[in-house]
Structures are given as structure tokens and as C-alpha cells.
Ligand binder design. Sequence first.
Ligand SMILES: NC(=O)c1ccc[n+]([C@@H]2O[C@H](COP(=O)([O-])OP(=O)(O)OC[C@H]3O[C@@H](n4cnc5c(N)ncnc54)[C@H](O)[C@@H]3O)[C@@H](O)[C@H]2O)c1
Length: 373
Amino acid sequence: MSESHHLQTKVGVIGCGKISDAYFRGMAMFDNLQAVACADLRPEIARGKAEEHGISALSVDQLLAEPDIEIVLNLTIPQAHAEVALAALEAGKHVYCEKPLSVDLAEGRQVIEAAHAKSLLVGCAPDTFLGASHQTCRKLLDDGWIGVPVAGTAFMMGHGPESWHPNPGFYYLPGGGPMFDMGPYYLTALINLLGPVKKVCAKTARTFEQRLATCKEHYGEHLPVEVSTHHAGVLEFHSGALITVTLSFDVWGHTHSPIEIYGTEGSMQVPDPNGFGNAVRVYRPALKAWTDMPYSHIYHENSRGIGVADLAAAIQGKRAQRCHGDMACHAVEVMSAFDQSSQTGREIEIATPCQQPEPLPMGLIPGQIERQA
Ligand SMILES: NC(=O)c1ccc[n+]([C@@H]2O[C@H](COP(=O)([O-])OP(=O)(O)OC[C@H]3O[C@@H](n4cnc5c(N)ncnc54)[C@H](O)[C@@H]3O)[C@@H](O)[C@H]2O)c1
């Protein structure tokens, strides 16, 4: 047994739906994690995953009472995130939550405060900013390749998940919509690159009263829409950078790139933040052309679960978390501010604290989150 096996943190998964497969794969990949049990409101789903991965299927209460489990991996739907996270903290477990941390700021704050009160850690998806492409962008920015970032754009526009997701209804309820579903990827990527957000100024719209599901599981059903489905705004970062953001489920097609950052010395194309790889390009005035940049970091393939490994490393006492709950709570406040700004006609000041996460070290080997001493 290698030394790393002595440092495996045991993980219990609550919520065994569509995204759980990616996490089971990820947990098998990282040296410092071991999935030991899973639970779901639908026990037959948990039994299926448990058999597939050679772990125990438990009820939610049994899983929370299991003394060996240190991290509860909360892969439930957004509307259940805070409730499950609070129950896990109450049971003395650290929590890693799928995004968004919560459906509103009050719930998010409750989770963060409960963790502080119990001296436990909260981690939250997305962890894609720890992938090769976004860590490369971070290194290029930190090394000054485009000078000081002053502006940029972030676009996520599509026509919603009702054609492909087996259970699309939750995407149109509070905690869903393009902002709460995809916003965490874009905001976390931007915070990784630029630090925390200071103010938000935005307009939002709910374009359709209902959405027509065309996935095979719910074909022909009309889904009620309770959230804004188009968001257009400007984020002012503490660094001074102004980023134009449009996130929408009302758009059939477009040609914008996901994120671009404009600096005093050049520009950068940042790839889709809902992925670990894809091309990083830099424009420098002397070349008058976009240049594909090589990756400085590993993890260019789907490495979902790296955020759980990051939490385990923090628990094991090595260093501060990168996918930390404070950043996720900050993102929830920023996301909520879009509707708030639209409704009040004012710019919204962001109050929650957030540290820009430390970059990953270079020179890791697959399965590592830290370099061996
Ligand atoms: N599907 C994707 O491609 C994808 C990608 C990235 C992130 N996510 C995020 O992952 C989370 C889950 O998404 P999904 O697509 O796997 O949804 P899903 O509906 O397929 O699965 C969610 C599971 O959680 C269970 N559940 C709900 N409430 C529960 C509770 N209180 N206790 C125990 N189990 C409960 C449900 O029974 C279901 O099996 C969401 O937050 C989503 O935003 C999904």
C-alpha cells in the first residue's frame, strides 16, 4: 500500500442522480479520497450505485451517523443543498456541495455560519477552475501576459436543459435558471482570475411562462417557470475590472466565446468554464494575432471531484481550501444581485467576503492535488 492510501478521507455521497457518475470516477482517481457509502431519497437508485462501485447503500440518516465518514458529498438538487449541508454539519461532517451552494443568500450564509460554529469546512462546486485550461489562464494573468485586466465578457447562452435532462423541472424553479445553474461556473472562473466582485448592475427577464420538455422522460410536459431566464449585467471587481455578463436559456444560437479578458497589454480567450480543457489563446499587439498557449498545468480531462480532493487536503491539514464555501456564498450573492438590481434599478454592493483561491502547484502527477514534500 502506498503512503497516500493512509491519508484517504472517507466520503459518503447523498444524491445518486445524473452527476454522481462523474464524482464516483473522480473519487477513484484522486489519491486522498475513498467513497464508502451512498444514499438517496430513492433507495433503489442508491442501491444501484452502491453495487456498481462496491460501497454501502444506506439511508440518509444512517450515512450521517456513520462515524468513519468525514466528508458528505451533497449531489442533491439545488433546492435540497442547504438542508442536506446543514444536516451533515449538524452530524459533525465536512461538506462538499454541488453548485449552487444554496438557492438564496440567506440559506448560503446559514451553511457558512453553521460550519464556522462547528469548526468544519464547506467546499462547493464548480471545481473546473482547477483544470488545466483555467489554471493556465490564471498563470498567464499572474505572470503579466496581458498586463492589468481592465475589462472582459462572459457569455453562456442556450435554450435550457428541457431537451436533454431526465428531470428538467428543477432548472426553472428557485435555485435554477441560467444564473443559478451556469452562473457558478462563470463567476468562479472569473473570481479565480480576477478576485472578488464589488458591485453588480443588471437587467433580467422571464421570457416564457412555461417551457416544453422534449426529453424522453418528460416528453410533452409543460414546465412552470418561476425564475428569470435571461440576465444581462456588468460586474465591477475589487481589482477594478469591468466584466459584461449575459447568461440566458432563451437563445437558440450565438457566436460569442465563453469568456474573454482584456488587459492593458493584450487580450485572453478563456475556454468554457464548464470544462477542464480546451484552447487558451492570447492576443498581443506586437503579433497582431491570437496565439494558442500550451497548458502549464495537468487535469485537462474531466476531473470533476478534484474539489473534493481539495477539501480532503485541507482537512488533512495541508493548506487552505481552493473550492471554498465562502467563494460559493459570494457567488450566490452576486447571482442574486442580478434580479435585485433589475427590480430596483440600482447597482448592488456585494458584502460577503471572498479570497481569490491560490493557484494549483505546477508539476503535479495525475491523482495528486498537492506536490509530495
Ligand atoms: N446533470 C449535470 O450534467 C450536472 C452537471 C454539473 C452539476 N450538476 C449539479 O448536480 C446536482 C444534481 O444534479 P443531477 O443532474 O445529478 O440531478 P438528478 O435529479 O439526476 O439527481 C439528484 C438526486 O438527488 C436525490 N435527492 C434530492 N433531494 C434529496 C434529499 N433531500 N436527500 C437525498 N437525496 C435527494 C434525488 O432523488 C436524485 O436521485 C445539481 O445541483 C446540479 O446543478 C449537474
